[in-house]
Design a protein around this ligand. Structure first.
Ligand SMILES: [Zn+2]
Length: 248
C-alpha cells in the first residue's frame, strides 16, 4: 500500500510539473511545441539519427563482410567513405525489398533486392542520389520533422533538449515517422541531379541515373508492392528518367 501511495504521489507531482511547464493550457503547450521546433539543434537531431540507425542495424539482417552483397557494396563504396565533405558508411540489408535509404548521420543502407536489379553503374547512381539527400540537407530536414512528430520531442523537452538518449519505444516511433516521411518532388529532382554530378566527378557513367530510374519505374508499374514506401514515394520515376534521358 505504501508503495502504491508513493507511486500516486509521484504521478501527481509529474502532472503538476507538467502543468507548471505548460500553464495547463493547450495553447501554451502548442506554443512551446513551436518554440521547440525552432530550437531543436542539429547535434540533437544527429544524436537521434545515430540512435535510430543503430536500432535499425540490429533489427535488419546486415550482410557480413564475407557475404557477396556485402563484398560488392564494399567494392563500389570504398572510394566514397569521405565524399564531398561527408563521412559516410554503407551497409547492405539482406531483404527482397527494392530500396535504399540514407540518414543524416551519413549512414546509407542498400537492400539486396535493389542490388539484384541494378548493375554496378546504376547502383552507384542510386548511391549518388542517396548521398545527395544527405549533402543537400533533405535527410536532416526529414529527421527534424520525424523527431518533432515522435515521442522523442517530449523526451528531449523534458530534459531541456540536450539530446538525451531516447528509450527504445521512442526510437521506434522516430523510425516509423522518419521512414514514412516523404521527400518533395523538388528534393527528389535535386537528389537526381546530385547523383548525376556524383557519377560525373567520379568518372562513372552519368547516363546510369536515367537507366536506374527506368528500372525502378518498370518495377513499380509491374507491381507497386515491390517498391518500398521511400522509393515509391519518389515521384514518378519515369518522368525523372525522361528528364535525364539526354545526360551523357
Ligand atoms: Zn530520393
Amino acid at each position: 500500500m505504501k508503495w502504491k501511495l508513493g507511486m500516486a504521489v509521484l504521478a501527481a507531482s509529474v502532472v503538476m510539473a507538467g502543468c507548471s511547464a505548460t500553464g495547463g493550457g493547450n495553447q501554451v503547450g502548442a506554443a512551446l511545441d513551436v518554440f521547440k521546433a525552432v530550437t531543436v539543434s542539429e547535434a540533437e537531431l544527429q544524436a537521434a539519427s545515430l540512435q535510430m540507425r543503430a536500432a535499425e542495424d540490429k533489427t535488419e539482417k546486415v550482410a557480413s563482410a564475407k557475404n557477396k552483397y556485402g563484398q560488392r557494396l564494399a567494392r563500389l563504396t570504398k572510394k566514397h567513405l569521405n565524399e564531398d565533405g561527408l563521412k559516410l558508411n554503407f551497409k547492405v540489408y539482406l531483404s527482397e525489398q527494392v530500396n535504399a535509404n540514407a540518414s543524416p548521420d551519413g549512414s546509407i543502407r542498400v537492400y539486396s533486392g535493389l542490388m539484384d536489379k541494378m548493375n554496378d553503374q546504376e547502383l552507384l547512381a542510386v548511391l549518388g542520389h542517396e548521398i545527395g539527400h544527405v549533402k543537400l540537407g533533405h535527410s536532416l530536414a526529414a529527421m527534424r520533422t520525424a523527431y518533432l512528430a515522435s515521442a522523442g520531442r517530449k523526451a528531449a523537452a523534458s530534459t531541456g533538449g540536450t539530446g538525451a538518449v531516447l528509450a527504445a519505444s521512442e526510437v521506434g516511433a522516430l523510425t516509423e515517422s522518419f521512414v514514412n516521411s516523404q521527400f518533395s518532388q523538388s528534393q527528389e529532382t535535386a537528389a537526381d541531379d546530385y547523383g548525376v554530378a556524383f557519377l560525373r566527378r567520379n568518372g562513372y557513367k552519368p547516363s546510369a541515373m536515367a537507366s536506374a530510374l527506368k528500372k525502378l519505374a518498370a518495377l513499380g508499374s509491374k507491381d507497386s508492392s515491390v517498391l518500398d514506401q521511400m522509393f515509391s514515394s519518389h515521384p514518378e520515376p519515369n518522368k525523372r528518367a525522361e528528364r535525364l534521358s539526354d545526360v551523357k
